[in-house]
Design a protein around this ligand. Sequence first.
Ligand SMILES: Cc1cc2nc3c(=O)[nH]c(=O)nc-3n(C[C@H](O)[C@H](O)[C@H](O)COP(=O)(O)OP(=O)(O)OC[C@H]3O[C@@H](n4cnc5c(N)ncnc54)[C@H](O)[C@@H]3O)c2cc1C
Length: 441
Amino acid sequence: MDDRGPRVVIVGGGFGGLAAAKALRKTPARVLLIDRTNHHLFQPLLYQVATAVLATGQIASPIREILRKQHNATVILGEVTGVDVNHQSVLVNSTDREDVPIPYDYLILATGAGPSYFGHDEYEKFAPGLKSLADAVAARNKILQAFEQAEAEEDPSRHRDLLTFVLVGAGPTGVEMAGALAGLVRSTLRSEYRRIDPSAARIILVDLGSRVLGTFADDLSRAAKERLERLGVEVRLGHGVDRIDAEGVIVAGERIASKTVIWTAGVAPSPAGGWLKGETDRAGRVRVRTDLTVAGHPEIFVIGDTASLDQDGKPLPGVAQVALQQGRYAGRLIHRRVTGRAAPRPFRYFDKGNMAVVGKGFAVLQSGRVHVSGLLAWLAWAAVHLEFVGQSSLRISVFLQWVWTYLTGQRGSRLIVNHHASANDGARTPSGPERQPAGTR
Ligand SMILES: Cc1cc2nc3c(=O)[nH]c(=O)nc-3n(C[C@H](O)[C@H](O)[C@H](O)COP(=O)(O)OP(=O)(O)OC[C@H]3O[C@@H](n4cnc5c(N)ncnc54)[C@H](O)[C@@H]3O)c2cc1C
């Protein structure tokens, strides 16, 4: 790496961080991108890994490979644990060392968000979220395992609980996951089991709000709900979960027995606000100025899901486009400073619209006054997602898989991958006289 020019440290290789790094490709600076994973993840398609449509390698790419041609960029695998703003350094835990200080002249924090259990962190153990590749594989294991367990279970009265799937949160992730799960049980798995009927599985989508896809217009939200119901999803609105435990959930006083509960509700920003000890909003996101820097620190930028910026009196949403546009802006601003040019105009988000898929061949699309639902919206969704899915080789394989799944109902990756064979040990119950091992009758 060239040792001349200022050091630009970027923390996070997600949508925002990667866009910033790429915007700095012609800058006479040393760009250092630090991420705790070795890959850039396309989070909008995580639910397709969780429901076995795509494999992990189709929605994520090594950051090192993406930046291989950018000679001013170095990629470091490590977890940032803090920022020393006085000495201008970030503290990094790498595989063999802790709190190693890495100096910066400019810092871009793009550390994203994680799930929020709204003060009930104890739910996490029973209702894992969907934020990382590991989460998606864990959810896929859980879903496929439930069918295996039910097939092996000779007592039919237990099938219903095993084949009840509860999704908590009817935002885009919950709705997309519910639609894809419905496709899995009603089509892909239908003919493969002998003792159970996978298509009889219950999929329940629960939300405290009165609408699914609450950030979309009323007509689209209604269209999505009708579509879900046509796919056999039970949509329960107006009540949050009162409790989640090993036996399932309690909603509006009613216990719903389920072995598979997945949390698709709130998100909480990364701890970047605590590292900087600066101003944050109520959710804990770092308040930034219109040039995306932190008050009093023109050298520190915070972007994407972990930043808080109002535009036209409303906070910008935590979506990929905001992170991408902010990343590009921060990169360009630093480029202009380093090359002695005037600062650009304040950051302004250009809203290209929102989309969500509701099962096979159906999506809702909202862009300004344009509201579309159905196949046309789904085709637009597929085209936009393919465009952003990363490298061209992945684009081709994802496209082919979608066409194959659309035509045949078959999915790309239905493997149960337990990295530790003993993962289920705690869940086993002893087989007594009244509970004979499967297959002994
Ligand atoms: C399941 C799901 C579905 C979504 N669907 C959509 C959608 O359909 N459309 C849409 O627009 N948006 C969607 N989003 C939101 C979108 O993915 C986010 O808004 C976007 O990823 C934010 O980008 P970011 O760069 O701020 O953070 P991220 O993309 O989350 O990247 C953060 C990066 O920082 C790294 N990191 C975090 N902490 C540290 C640390 N301490 N040290 C080192 N590295 C660290 C992480 O490993 C990660 O690579 C979805 C999100 C999820 C979870």
